[in-house]
Design a protein around this ligand. Structure first.
Ligand code: ZN
Length: 283
C-alpha cells in the first residue's frame, strides 16, 4: 500500500505529459477553446517563423506567383487571409511588383498580428489586420475575389464551418487557396489522401481542385468557386465589415477606433493599427 501514492504520482505525470504533447503541441489547443488557443499562439508568436523557414523560403514560387497568375485578369483583387499568423501571405504578395490588390487579414492572436504588422510595415496601405476570435466571418456573401487559409484548417475545431464560410464570402469564379496536412504530419492529416480532400472541397461546392506537394507537412491546394461574377469592387474594409454586435455595416472611422453607426459599439485599434474586433462580454 505504501507504493500507492508514488505510483499514482507517476501515472499523473505520464497523463500530464500526454495531455501536453497531444492537446497543446499537436492540436495546438484547438480542442481547449478559442481563448486558450489564442493564449497559446500568443506564447508561440515570437518563435513562430523559425519553425516555418523551410516552407516560407518558397513562398514566392509556391504562393505569390501562382496566385497572381490565377488572378491575372484582376488588377486589384480583394483577398481574405483567414488565420494570417505572422502575415506570410501578405508579405510575399506585397513584395511582388505586379500586386495591386488589397488583403484583409484575420487572426486570433494579437502577438502574431503584432509581428505581422512589423513585417508588413511598408505595405499597410494594402493590408488590414484584424484580431478576430471565432467564426462566422464578419463579411457579407461574395465579398472577396480570393480567400486564403494556409496551414490552419487542421487546427480549427472542425473543417466544416471554416470551409462553408470561405465558400460563402468568395464571389462566384473566385479562388480558394488553402492547404492539406500531409500524412507525414501525423494526426494532423485529418483528411487522409488528396482524393478525399478534393472530395471534401467539392462537397462544399468548390471545383477545379488542384492539390500540389508543397513541403513535408502540408500540400498546397487551389480551387475555384463555380460561376463568373464580376470582380469585387469594394476595397474599403469598412464597406464590408459587419458589426459583431448588430450585424450591420456602417461605421464612423476615428483615428484610434471605429464606431458602429447602428448600435454604437466601439472597436479599438492597437498601437500597431490592428483592429481589435471583439466585444468584451462576460461569457
Ligand atoms: Zn453594431
Amino acid at each position: 500500500m505504501s507504493y500507492a501514492i508514488p505510483i499514482l504520482f507517476v501515472l499523473l505525470l505520464i497523463a500530464l505529459y500526454y495531455f501536453i504533447d497531444r492537446e497543446i503541441y499537436f492540436y495546438e489547443g484547438m480542442r481547449l477553446g478559442p481563448r486558450l488557443q489564442r493564449w497559446l499562439y500568443d506564447r508561440w508568436a515570437a518563435d513562430y517563423d523559425k519553425g516555418k523557414q523551410a516552407s516560407q523560403a518558397e513562398d514566392e514560387s509556391m504562393l505569390a506567383r501562382p496566385i497572381l497568375e490565377k488572378l491575372a485578369d484582376l488588377p486589384e483583387p480583394l483577398i481574405l487571409d483567414l488565420a494570417t499568423g505572422t502575415g506570410r501571405l501578405g508579405l510575399t504578395l506585397s513584395c511582388q511588383p505586379n500586386f495591386g490588390g488589397k488583403i484583409i487579414a484575420l487572426d486570433i492572436s494579437r502577438k502574431m498580428l503584432q509581428i505581422a504588422a512589423r513585417k508588413l510595415s511598408l505595405f499597410r496601405g494594402q493590408i488590414d489586420l484584424i484580431q478576430y476570435l471565432t467564426l462566422p466571418l464578419p463579411f457579407p456573401d461574395e465579398s472577396f475575389d480570393a480567400v486564403c487559409c494556409l496551414e490552419a484548417l487542421e487546427v480549427m475545431p472542425e473543417m466544416e464551418e471554416p470551409l462553408s464560410e470561405l465558400y460563402r464570402v468568395l464571389r462566384p469564379g473566385g479562388l480558394l487557396v488553402t492547404s492539406r496536412g500531409t500524412e507525414a504530419s501525423g494526426r494532423k492529416a485529418k483528411i487522409r489522401s488528396t482524393e478525399n480532400f478534393s472530395q471534401l472541397l467539392r462537397r462544399f461546392g468548390f471545383e477545379q481542385v488542384e492539390i500540389t506537394a508543397w513541403w513535408k507537412y502540408f500540400d498546397r491546394v487551389f480551387a475555384q468557386k463555380p460561376g463568373n461574377a464580376p470582380p469585387v469592387g469594394q476595397h474599403n474594409l469598412f464597406g464590408l465589415l459587419r458589426c459583431k454586435a448588430c450585424d450591420k455595416i456602417g461605421w464612423q472611422e476615428n483615428p484610434k477606433e471605429v464606431l458602429c453607426r447602428s448600435c454604437g459599439t466601439t472597436y479599438v485599434y492597437s498601437n500597431e493599427k490592428i483592429l481589435i474586433f471583439e466585444i468584451d462580454r462576460k461569457e
